[in-house]
Design a binder for this molecule. Structure first.
Ligand code: GLV
Length: 307
C-alpha cells in the first residue's frame, strides 16, 4: 500500500508515525513532477496540484478538522472521498481553551486584570450562572464537546447549527430562521462553525448586534466567519464587552491589525486546539484499515455543503 504525504511542518515526524501505524506501507512525501501512484493521501495546506494524475486513490485525508483551505486550494479528483479529522485530541484542548475563556469573563478576571493595572482593590458581586447563558454555534464533533463541557460547568447552554440537533440539556436552534432567537438569548457566544459560503461573514454588525449588551464573543473556528470591523465597532460602542479570538482572516495576524492592541480583545495565534501527530495518525490509520476492509468511515466531507 502507498500513502502520499504532504505536511508543511514536521514532515519526518508525520512520516515515521504513519510508518509505525501502518506497517508495510510505503509513505512518500509529495514532490512536484509525475504522480507517484498512491492508494491514499494525507495532507495539510495542499498545493493545488497535489493529487493531479492520481489514478487509483481510494481516499484523501485532511490532517485538520477544518476543510475550508483544502476545498479552496486543492483540485480533488472526482469521486475520491475527502475525510477530515474528528476530534483526534483536539476536543480536549478546545474544552480547556473555551472553559478558560468563558470562566475568565464569567468571573470577571478581565476586569480584575484592568483593576490590577490601576492598583484598584474592588470586589464585584458574585456571578450567577443563570445570568450567563453560553451559546455554541456549530454542533459538530467539537461543538458538542463544548456544549457538554459548558453544561458541566453549570452554565445554561444554547446551541445553534445549520441543521436541527436534539441534545440533552441544551436548548437548540437551527437555521437562519432561528439565529436571532439564539443570539438574543446568548451572553457568551462560542463560535465553532466550519467556514463555508453560508458562514463567511455570518458574525457581523447585524448578527452580533443581537447579542445582549455586555455579551462576549469567543471565536475558535475560522476568522472568515467574523467581519472584523463590525466586531471592533461593537466592542468600541460598548455593546460587546470582550472578544477572545484564536482565528483570523489572515494568519499570522498582520502586525498593524487593530485586534493586537484593542483593550477588549484577547487573542492567541491559532493554538486553541493543535493537531496532534500521534492521535491524528492513529485516527487516519484506523480509517485506512476500515477502507481496506470495505467499511464505511465517519468524517467524510460533503463537498457541496463545505464541511
Ligand atoms: C485547525 O484549525 C483545524 O481545522 O484543525
Amino acid at each position: 500500500m502507498r500513502l502520499l504525504l504532504h505536511v508543511p511542518k514536521a514532515p519526518d515526524e508525520w512520516r515515521d508515525a504513519f510508518v509505525r501505524a501502518l506497517p508495510g506501507t510505503e509513505v512518500r512525501a509529495w514532490a512536484p513532477g509525475p504522480a507517484w501512484q498512491a492508494d491514499y493521501a494525507a495532507f495539510w495546506h495542499p498545493p493545488r496540484e497535489l493529487l493531479d494524475g492520481q489514478a487509483r486513490l481510494k481516499a484523501a485525508f485532511n490532517l485538520a478538522a477544518g476543510v475550508d483551505a483544502t476545498l479552496r486550494s486543492l483540485a480533488l479528483p472526482p469521486g475520491v472521498p475527502l475525510v477530515r479529522l474528528e476530534d483526534a485530541g483536539m476536543g480536549k484542548q478546545m474544552e480547556e481553551y473555551v472553559a478558560w475563556a468563558v470562566l475568565r469573563y464569567f468571573r470577571r478576571l478581565d476586569d480584575y486584570a484592568r483593576q490590577q493595572a490601576r492598583a484598584e482593590w474592588r470586589v464585584h458581586r458574585p456571578p450567577r450562572h443563570d445570568e450567563f447563558p453560553t451559546g455554541v454555534m456549530g454542533l459538530g464533533v467539537l461543538g458538542l464537546r463544548l456544549a457538554a463541557m459548558l453544561r458541566a460547568l453549570g452554565f445554561p447552554v444554547l446551541g445553534w447549527s445549520a441543521s436541527r440537533k436534539v441534545l440533552d440539556g441544551v436548548r437548540t436552534f437551527a437555521g437562519a430562521g432561528e439565529l436571532d432567537a439564539f443570539l438574543r438569548a446568548t451572553r457568551a457566544l462560542v463560535c465553532m462553525l466550519p467556514l463555508t459560503p453560508d458562514t463567511a461573514g455570518l458574525l457581523n454588525r447585524a448578527t452580533l448586534g443581537r447579542l445582549p449588551p455586555g455579551a462576549y464573543v469567543i471565536n475558535v473556528a475560522r476568522g472568515g466567519i467574523v467581519v472584523d470591523d463590525d466586531l471592533l465597532a461593537l466592542l468600541d460602542s460598548g455593546h460587546l464587552a470582550g472578544a477572545t479570538l484564536d482565528a483570523f482572516h489572515a494568519e499570522p495576524l498582520p502586525a498593524a491589525h487593530r485586534f493586537w492592541s484593542h483593550p477588549k480583545v484577547f487573542l492567541t495565534p491559532h493554538c486553541s486546539a493543535l493537531t496532534l501527530v500521534e492521535d491524528s495518525v492513529a485516527q487516519v490509520a484506523g480509517k485506512i484499515r476500515a477502507f481496506e476492509r470495505g467499511e464505511a468511515v465517519t468524517g467524510v466531507v460533503d463537498r457541496a455543503r463545505g464541511y
